[in-house]
Design a protein around this ligand. Sequence first.
Ligand SMILES: Nc1ncnc2c1ncn2[C@@H]1O[C@H](COP(=O)(O)OP(=O)(O)OP(=O)(O)O)[C@@H](O)[C@H]1O
Ligand SMILES: [Mg+2]
Length: 141
Amino acid sequence: VGAKKILVPVDGSDGSCRAAAQAAELARALDAEVTLVHVYDATAVAAMGLVALSQVDLGKAQDEVSKAAFSKAEASMGEVKLSHRQVFGDPAKEILAMAENEGFIHIVMGSRGLSPMQEVLIGSVSERVIRHAPCPVTVVR
Ligand SMILES: Nc1ncnc2c1ncn2[C@@H]1O[C@H](COP(=O)(O)OP(=O)(O)OP(=O)(O)O)[C@@H](O)[C@H]1O
Ligand SMILES: [Mg+2]
């Protein structure tokens, strides 16, 4: 059996950083590892008209956004075994695919993300992950 792994989806929002901090604490208590995943949202990219960019430029843009989300999250995590994943596609779909295929014991994520609609109780990505996840999900508010 491999190491216990906790999946932490991060989008650069304050909520996802609080989730990352909580996940790190949980990982230390369980002697588990944390995988941070950032999904570069395919529809958002299309809406911004970035489809006109070359593959190389798109890859660079993705890399920058993902790395910023990772370093912001890591600032609140402390010492923990950590790995990073940069994925392109629909956030909820990609998070669920990783959870299904890679044996994570737990998902820890924010209740809200980057959307400015603050009156909503829970974001659509969190809602879809809670609804379909194959493992326990902790939603951090
Ligand atoms: N692109 C993404 N990559 C990785 N994790 C994400 C991504 N988007 C959201 N998340 C995760 O989901 C949590 C909730 O964000 P969500 O996107 O559901 O809410 P929102 O942005 O407030 O609303 P919505 O996106 O539905 O308009 C975030 O705190 C983060 O943990
Ligand atoms: Mg969002």
